[in-house]
Design a protein around this ligand. Structure first.
Ligand code: AMP
Length: 252
């Protein structure tokens, strides 16, 4: 990297702190292919920082199960493994960002997924007075590990605990350890849809990584580590003290 670029990265990274109102972690965007553990990490970080986890996928699935007009529009698209239109997901996020619990920060999981969504989010945060407060965290994992994580994934419909029948099974097959509810498998967690979701990720979401990398707001973590270690890596990178580390990652 030449010196000119280095200076512009540092300037961009400097402007990422302080991160908006309050002393929270700011607005964290979790990026990565399907099955990499974005939802799991978002829940870990929500506990750690006490800021809300916003998952556009969860909001869409809730709309599908409630049979709302949004859910009816999104259902077929989601089943195919395609992305629902930017206008719909941006509206979901716009509504959620108006809630006061997002003032000191939030963890966005599954958004932005297109360059259009990323550009919309950047300008929305400026409008809301948060400036350039996003830190994008890319979770990496080898593709051959993703499939088992997707096809083995089960979720408790009551407490949202997640399991994996291969890697992290519940004590009693198909039942939640917390409340005994019958675990469910997402309709799009099949091998066929997985391939489509990976293609969609590579085509539409990979440019979002490049967008944040170019702005000096990107950090990558290793998704193959134990859950707690990944969360600690993310927290360290996002922490003000992790500022220089974030820049080191960007340079590598
Ligand atoms: P997720 O739970 O994040 O894996 O999302 C499940 C599905 O919801 C995706 O495969 C998409 O069909 C849809 N979806 C979730 N978030 C977005 C988004 N930001 N943009 C477009 N579609 C989305």
């Amino acid at each position: 990297m030449d010196d000119q670029n280095r200076v512009s990265y540092e300037t961009a990274a400097e402007s990422a702190w302080p991160v908006g109102l309050g002393n929270g972690p700011g607005r964290i965007v979790l990026l990565g292919p399907p099955g990499v553990g974005k939802g799991t990490q978002a829940r870990e970080l929500e506990k750690l920082w006490g800021v809300p986890h916003i998952s556009t996928g969860d909001v869409l699935r809730a709309n599908v199960s409630q049979g709302t007009p949004l859910g009816r529009e999104a259902q077929t698209i989601m089943k195919r493994g395609d992305l629902v239109p930017d206008s719909l997901v941006c509206e979901i996020v716009a509504t959620r960002l108006r809630e006061p619990d997002t003032l000191s920060g939030c963890i966005l999981d599954g958004f932005p997924r297109t360059l259009g969504q990323a550009i919309w989010l950047d300008s929305r945060l400026v409008e809301l007075g948060f400036g350039s407060s996003i830190i994008a965290v890319g979770i990496r994992m080898e593709r051959r590990h993703l499939l088992r994580r997707i096809t083995g994934r089960r979720t408790c419909p009551i407490c949202q605990s997640t399991y994996n029948v291969y890697l992290n099974p519940p004590t009693q097959a198909e039942l939640c350890d917390m409340d005994g509810a019958t675990l469910i498998q997402r309709a799009d967690d099949t091998e066929h849809v997985f391939e489509e979701r990976v293609r969609t990720y590579e085509m539409l979401t990979a440019p979002v990584v490049e967008h944040y990398r170019a702005l000096g707001r990107f950090v990558a973590v290793n998704g193959e580590l134990p859950i707690g270690e990944i969360a600690a890596e993310i927290a360290a990178a996002v922490d003000v003290k992790g500022h220089s580390r974030c820049m080191r990652e960007i340079r590598n």
